[in-house]
Design a protein around this ligand. Structure first.
Ligand code: DOR
Ligand code: ZN
Length: 420
């Protein structure tokens, strides 16, 4: 038994914040109340800290199988635990692609043997994520996938999107799309604008994303199935999502910490600033923050995308897209709280009940619920050093940044997965 004492419990499901103790018995929460005692229980003193439901990351890349030079399920989930995440959804763009049950089972088994946090695989929508034939979605669901996506690429055509949505609706799975019009993307490496011109880096117009979001919302209006927009980065995309919600469509979206923190003006000729979608304009960033605050954005997701140093140590145009993100996500979110842009409860919702709802799950701090908790400080000052991370990769534009706030303990199924 583990007894968490003297913390402030933040529970978005009941919209309550209060000084409560939480007693965990095995893999479940056994009691929540004032001044709890439990003879023989291990005590975790959470004085001055917040106790939240376990954070869920809807979008990460653990690179296993096939990319073990950059990350493994073991190293990636250690990094996730440091970031306060108790469950992470891993994208299927591995080698081989997670497009069939045997690959899903392999991920689930590796996770059972090596992971620090829960690993919820996302299956490919199409075979090889090639955009032609549907993947073995039902068999992958039986093996444990929680959603489908061809992430790294968009679901290739509106017709395929319709098929995937109709199929997944029957299975109760959300379809997650990486929205990008391939013809506009064409060889770009950062957002098109004054900075891309100054740096001489090929640009990607913001409409590359929003055209595809618009397409997907229209397809969702045919199917009425669940659609989730991955790493949404522009004002125009948000407008499509808002309008879709107004129409009563089951459309949700996520935003990454880098997109709500940085803009294309922050990009220097350093491949740690290269990710897809690229950092957007200030107007786009400001729209995302408004969306996070007003509920139009459903979740914060990291898009943790590790790439080993040798692959990033090339010219900007030739480097792979992606940055690591687990360990900086909470503090970057807390920056929005410290600046007054977001109430703390709303931030916690974006890391917990928000992503859970996208997956059709619940998260709350109550007796009988899974003992997954994130205990964090809003004040702890620290410097993020990529070289200290258990991740195998170092590709973060936030390396060396002073941060305010951090996960102090991450509890998964009643066990302490990380403690600062
Ligand atoms: O930045 C990105 N990295 N965007 C993607 O869509 C793919 C990801 C990766 O797998 O590295
Ligand atoms: Zn993506």
């Amino acid at each position: 038994m583990l007894l968490i004492k003297h913390g402030r419990v933040l529970d978005p499901a009941s919209n309550t914040e209060s000084a409560l103790d939480v007693l965990l018995d095995g893999e479940r929460i056994s009691k929540v109340g004032e001044n709890l005692s439990a003879p023989g229980a291990e005590i975790l003193d959470a004085s001055g800290l917040f106790v939240a439901p376990g954070f869920i990351d809807l979008h990460c890349h653990l690179r296993e199988p096939g990319g073990e030079l950059s990350e493994t399920i073991e190293t990636g989930t250690k990094s996730a635990a440091r970031g306060g995440f108790t469950a992470v959804c891993c994208m299927p763009n591995t080698h081989p692609v997670n497009d069939r049950a045997s690959v899903t089972r392999g991920i689930v088994e590796r996770a059972a043997a090596t992971a620090s946090v829960r690993v919820w695989p996302i299956g490919a929508a199409s075979i090889g994520s090639k955009g032609e034939a549907l993947a073995e979605i039902a068999a992958m669901k039986d093996a444990g996938i929680v959603a489908v996506s061809d992430d790294g690429k968009p679901i290739a055509t509106a017709r395929l999107m319709r098929q995937v949505m109709e199929y997944c609706d029957g299975l109760g799975l959300p379809v997650i799309d990486h929205c990008e019009d391939a013809s506009l993307f064409a060889g770009g490496a950062m957002r098109e604008g004054a900075t891309s011109i100054r740096l001489g880096v090929p640009g990607i117009p913001s409409q590359t994303e929003s055209i595809c979001v618009g397409r997907d919302v229209e397809v969702a209006s045919i199917t009425r199935a669940r659609l989730h927009i991955a790493h949404m980065s522009t004002r125009a995309s948000l407008a499509y999502v808002r309008a879709a919600k107004k129409r009563g469509l089951r459309v949700t979206c996520e935003v990454t910490p880098h997109h709500f923190t940085l803009t294309d003006a922050d990009v220097i000729y350093d491949t740690r600033f290269k990710m897809n979608p690229p950092l957007a304009s200030r107007s786009d960033r400001d729209a995302l923050v408004e969306g996070l605050a007003d509920g139009s954005v459903d979740a914060i997701a990291t898009d943790h995308a590790p790439h080993h140093p040798a692959s990033k140590d090339v010219e900007f145009d030739r480097a792979p897209f992606g940055i690591v993100g687990f360990e900086t996500a909470l503090a970057l979110g807390l920056d929005l709280v410290h600046s007054g842009a977001l109430p703390l409860m709303r931030l916690v919702e974006l890391f917990t009940t928000g992503p859970a709802r996208v997956l059709g799950m619940e998260r709350k701090i109550a007796s009988g619920e899974p003992a997954d908790l994130t205990i964090f400080s809003t004040e702890h000052q620290w410097i993020f050093r990529a070289s200290d991370s258990p991740s195998k990769s170092r590709n973060s534009p936030f390396d060396g940044r002073t941060l305010r706030g951090a996960a102090m303990a991450t509890i998964v199924a009643g066990k302490i997965a990380f403690r600062r």
